[in-house]
Ligand binder design. Structure first.
Ligand SMILES: Cc1cc2nc3c(=O)[nH]c(=O)nc-3n(C[C@H](O)[C@H](O)[C@H](O)COP(=O)(O)O)c2cc1C
Length: 194
């Protein structure tokens, strides 16, 4: 199997709480950004933006996660808030994924801009796998919160897609559950009149 196909098939998400190891270096973060920038992007609008959260800022972000949880559920208990804080602190590296979508673009529909965001995100996940890391994209209700939108300075057209949690994992993984090729692929049949 070619290295690129092997990387695609070996990529697996691992929950942030199971990730260990060191934080990625600035050089490694640059490699991820370059991989994201290699995604197809109609009109070169650059809708995907990555925001790395430095290790020293994770505790501050944890408080924003707690505020977001409280916003979603004003009756959240201290235990709930601590669980939300933990989501910010769990993995060695944390990167926020932001989509800047122009819903008035004359040529490139919103759907194509979102597809470009997804393609860039997948490139990042594959680049991570190539670096020997594991990661998982997580979102949850918190991504739409005012607390997080404000903390990331998001204005109109900007969406917090989620977070890429990154680290290493040495344990055993359950077998991947993937769709079969014939559930993805079919062949066009020419209509009678053609
Ligand atoms: C934008 C986005 C947000 C996601 N948010 C969550 C999430 O909040 N919680 C979760 O368990 N999985 C979430 N997932 C799915 C996981 O990242 C992962 O793809 C899934 O567990 C399947 O594992 P696999 O990547 O190994 O196939 C999200 C995926 C995407 C693309």
């Amino acid at each position: 199997m070619s290295p690129i196909l092997a990387t695609i098939h070996a990529r697996r998400s691992v929950s942030p709480r199971r990730l260990a190891g060191r934080a990625l270096s600035d050089e490694e973060l640059t490699l991820l950004a370059e991989a994201a920038a290699a995604a197809p992007d109609h009109g070169r609008l650059g809708p995907l933006h990555l925001v790395a959260v430095a290790h020293g800022d994770r505790a501050a972000l944890a408080e924003v996660f707690a505020a977001a949880a409280l916003e979603a559920d004003p009756a959240a208990t201290d235990e709930d808030l601590d669980r939300s804080r933990g989501c910010s602190l769990a993995a060695p590296t944390l990167i926020a994924v932001v989509a800047n979508i122009d819903d008035g673009h004359p040529l490139v529909p919103v759907s194509e801009q979102w597809i470009s965001v997804g393609a860039g995100l997948q490139n990042v996940l594959l680049a991570l796998a190539a670096l020997g890391c594991r990661g998982k994209v997580v979102s949850g209700r918190r991504v739409g919160s005012m607390a997080l939108r404000s903390a990331f300075g998001l204005g109109e057209g900007a969406h917090l897609v989620g977070f890429i949690t990154i680290g290493t994992f040495e344990g055993d993984l359950k077998p991947a559950r993937r769709r079969t090729a014939d559930s993805v692929l079919s062949f066009w049949r020419r209509p009678e009149e053609c």
